[in-house]
Design a protein around this ligand. Structure first.
Ligand SMILES: [Zn+2]
Length: 415
């Protein structure tokens, strides 16, 4: 298979990561710590200069003319559910035999690696709890996922993952703890679940091209498994006033941009529910929330501009075993949604959203970037026709809200 190109933007991302590591040095979780002072960082200046990557070039002997300041800008790429059913785990075991690992999920994600690596900040959704030691691996309905998934997450280019889902506490505190421990081990940050009350209070913060970005994550519920009354901090459950309070706290802790991940909606349904729409409107009405990233329903949902901000209602499945055999055929579809944020007056952000339709090929469980693979002459005919059907479905879903057909555009068109 063709390797995906890695572009110069990686240098920006690396520089951002370095500064983020410096900021969070000594904190194994990768989170901004509670030691940071509250309410000291003002909202950004309207046109603060873009952080420049180190080039190693010697300074010019004569001063160059002063360039116009570039507006501060960054990208966030978000993807949907990593839903590791048993056939997916079994395939990762087979792929692991080739690479000498117990399980290897990275071949499944190799074709989207370039796309995700190009984003300044890439955010995934870990729907299922990871096993501490890979014993008793299981799929639906009570998931226990091989922890090697984190190696693939890291290798594919995600820096952070939301972990709040209806499966977060399938294995109670043990599963929450193992999931976060493994993400910490590979240096991927996380939001939405916690190992202690103190951790739940922390704001997951990233410095991206010099911008402090806070990520928050919530789930509508936990499949009827009660969150232990003594440990309500294990998983963030959707509660709009609480989310708004958390977003405000993130601002006070220095966030200049706040994205909220929502695990919500009606499974297998493209249209957002009335509840999704009202919650989106309530969250985006707050000056403390800049972007909503949705997942859970296993199918792609629309992207809607509300005022000057966006809600991505549902990113679809990114990796799963769901097909027409159990579910709607469109549960093989997903998107990588990439938001480009550019600083505007008053600490606001101008946002544009582009998306990359993806499709899971059952068997190898390869996640295909649909347009890129349609444009590849080496793509076999049978795969090509499946990708064409998926493309049409996904574009129709993203643009399906009346009056919002042009709120997001594909980043690459099939030729
Ligand atoms: Zn879910």
């Amino acid at each position: 298979m063709r390797p995906q190109p890695r572009r110069r933007a990686t240098a920006f991302r690396r520089a951002a990561l370095v500064s983020w590591l410096l900021v969070t040095a000594g904190c194994s979780s990768g989170h901004a710590t509670t030691t940071q002072p509250a309410a000291v960082t003002p909202r950004p200046a309207a046109v603060a200069p873009l952080a420049q990557p180190r080039t190693g070039a010697a300074p010019a002997s004569t001063p160059a003319p002063q360039p116009q300041p570039t507006p501060q800008s960054f990208t966030i790429a978000a993807t949907g559910d990593l839903l590791i059913h048993m056939p997916v785990a079994n395939r990762a075991k087979i792929d692991g035999q080739a690479s000498g690992k117990s399980y290897d999920f990275s071949p499944m994600l190799a074709r989207v690696r370039g796309q995700l690596s190009r984003a300044d900040l890439a955010v995934c959704h870990v729907e299922t709890p990871l096993s501490a030691d890979d014993t008793h691996i299981s799929g639906y309905p009570v998931f226990n996922t091989p922890h090697e998934l984190v190696d693939a997450i890291k290798a594919t280019g995600w820096e952070s993952c939301s972990t709040a889902s209806n499966h977060s506490i399938d294995h109670g505190e043990t599963g929450v703890r193992a999931t976060l421990d493994w993400l910490d081990k590979v240096g991927v940050a996380h939001a939405g679940t916690a190992r202690s009350a103190q951790e739940a209070q922390r704001v997951e913060m990233h410095t991206v091209n010099g911008v402090r970005v806070g990520l928050l994550a919530y789930t509508y519920g936990t499949n009827g498994v009660p969150v232990p009354a003594a440990k309500p901090w294990l998983v963030n459950v959707v509660n709009v006033p609480k989310i708004l309070a958390d977003a405000h706290a993130a601002r006070k802790a220095g966030a200049q941009f706040v994205a909220v991940s929502m695990h919500w909606g009606q499974e297998n349904q493209t249209a957002p529910t009335a509840l999704q729409r009202s919650q989106a409107a309530a969250l985006l009405a707050s000056p403390d929330v800049d972007l909503i990233i949705g997942d859970h329903v296993h199918v792609v949902q629309p992207i809607e501009r509300i005022g000057s901000k966006y809600v991505i209602y549902g990113l679809g499945n990114f990796l799963s075993n769901q097909t027409a055999a159990c579910c709607p055929a469109k549960s093989q579809d997903g998107i990588i949604a990439t938001a480009t944020l550019t600083a505007a007056a008053g600490g606001r952000w101008n946002t544009t959203i582009r998306y990359t339709p993806t499709w899971v090929e059952v068997g190898p469980y390869v996640v295909h970037p649909v347009a890129a693979d349609l444009n590849d002459p080496a793509t076999p005919a049978a795969l090509r026709s499946a990708l064409q059907v998926s493309w049409s479905r996904t574009v129709a879903a993203v643009t399906s809200l009346p009056g919002h057909a042009h709120d997001a555009t594909p980043d690459l068109m099939p030729r």
